[in-house]
Design a protein around this ligand. Structure first.
Ligand code: M6R
Length: 362
């Protein structure tokens, strides 16, 4: 049931305020965060190893910034198909964390099994609570996204980020890196996120006009720094999955180390950059692109748009959010951009060619 939408993907994008709110009410109590009745102890955790595929892997890359910055916890992130055959040493004190919408991805499950007798503990963040990955974990945390039908993952990504951020906040608090007041403030910010998503959904029409403008391109670059780098990767993946346009993402600082050679006026460059502490660096990257004729689409907030100058080709302005929450919100324009570009190209949005919703073979 597409609930009045043309595609499952559109429905699932639009559902995000609701499912995020549901997930928050499942995990938040008056006193804080409730994961399990036994509680989840991070005080003895020395390192986190996070493993996943595709979009779930990008959720892990985002969470690495959170765990390291907020909780001071060293994190390694790996693609499941690489991790499982590399068979890396797992030190005592390691918690292994697997992220999977379906909970059935073959490589992620194999990586989990490799860690079973080696890691102190196996955690998973899943959408399907009865899945193999959930069953084989010590603790499986549901993301409460509801069934996701569209092959391109949308609401599962933001709901994965939501649970991963809750974990990072809890770990930071337990490890004495976050005061009671700071924890309460971050949770309050999170409670406000579904409302902000609702406001951001109103940007649908402007994103659609940008999508029409980029739909003729053969190649598209996505750039992001810090927490926005994994979002750039996710934006590029989403776009290539359903519009079949070649899209690549780079960390903005890597531009001069190679990809700038690709820039000319046929290559739109999507820059994802809220006006955070790294914004000025991103502005100089954009200037480098524009000086070579590159057409910049800037996804930012009002303050960022004001600081970006007049040469930006198109700007998508999102509501302001804290630096920590920005990656969850910035997933939305990336999803809408891919969706509307696919519509403009007339491709099959929900069932893109060559792809399966759940990759249960290697
Ligand atoms: O079910 P999983 O989260 O384990 O799936 C992982 C990837 O196959 C999945 O995220 C894939 O990359 C999506 N099609 C992305 O939109």
């Amino acid at each position: 049931d597409k609930a009045g939408h043309k595609h499952f993907m559109a429905k699932e994008i639009a559902e995000q305020p609701t499912v995020l709110a549901n997930a928050l009410s499942a995990y938040l109590t008056d006193g804080g965060i409730h994961f399990t009745d036994e509680g989840l102890d991070f005080t003895k955790t020395e390192r986190l190893v996070m493993v996943a595929c595709g979009t779930a892997f990008y959720a892990c890359l985002t969470a690495k910034y959170w765990f390291e910055r907020i909780a001071g916890l060293p994190v390694e992130v790996d693609i499941a198909s690489e991790f499982r055959y590399r068979e890396p040493p797992i030190m005592p004190g390691t918690t292994a964390l697997f992220v999977s919408q379906s909970g059935e991805t073959a490589d992620t499950l194999a990586a989990l099994r490799f860690c079973k007798d080696r890691a102190d503990r196996i955690l998973s963040v899943v959408n399907v609570a009865e899945s193999s990955i959930a069953r084989e974990s010590d603790v499986a945390l549901p993301i409460h996204a509801g069934a996701e039908i569209g092959v391109a993952s949308t609401k599962a990504f933001t709901c994965q980020l939501n649970v991963l951020l809750l974990l990072a906040i809890e770990a930071a608090h337990q490890r004495g890196r976050l005061s009671d007041a700071d924890k309460a403030r971050m949770l309050d910010d999170l409670r406000g996120l579904p409302g902000i998503f609702n406001i951001a959904l109103d940007r649908n029409e402007i994103v659609r006009t940008v999508a029409v403008a980029i739909s003729e391109a053969r190649d598209i670059l996505f750039l992001g720094r810090g927490l926005m780098y994994p979002l750039a990767l996710e934006g590029a993946l989403k776009l290539k999955e359903i519009s079949y346009i070649h899209a690549e993402a780079y960390a903005s600082g890597e531009l001069k180390h190679g990809p700038i050679a690709l820039i000319d006026n046929t290559v739109p460059v999507i820059v994802m950059a809220p006006s955070d502490s790294l914004f000025d660096k991103t502005v100089s990257n954009m200037q480098e692109v524009m000086a070579r004729g590159g057409r910049v689409v800037l996804i930012t907030d009002a303050a960022g748009a004001a600081r970006a100058g007049h040469d930006v080709w198109k700007t998508i302005i999102l509501p302001e959010v804290s630096e920590v929450l920005a990656p969850i919100l910035y997933a939305l324009p990336a999803q809408l951009l891919a969706y509307h570009t696919a519509i403009a190209k007339g491709t099959d949005v929900d069932q893109p060619r060559n792809l399966a919703k759940s990759v249960t073979v290697e």
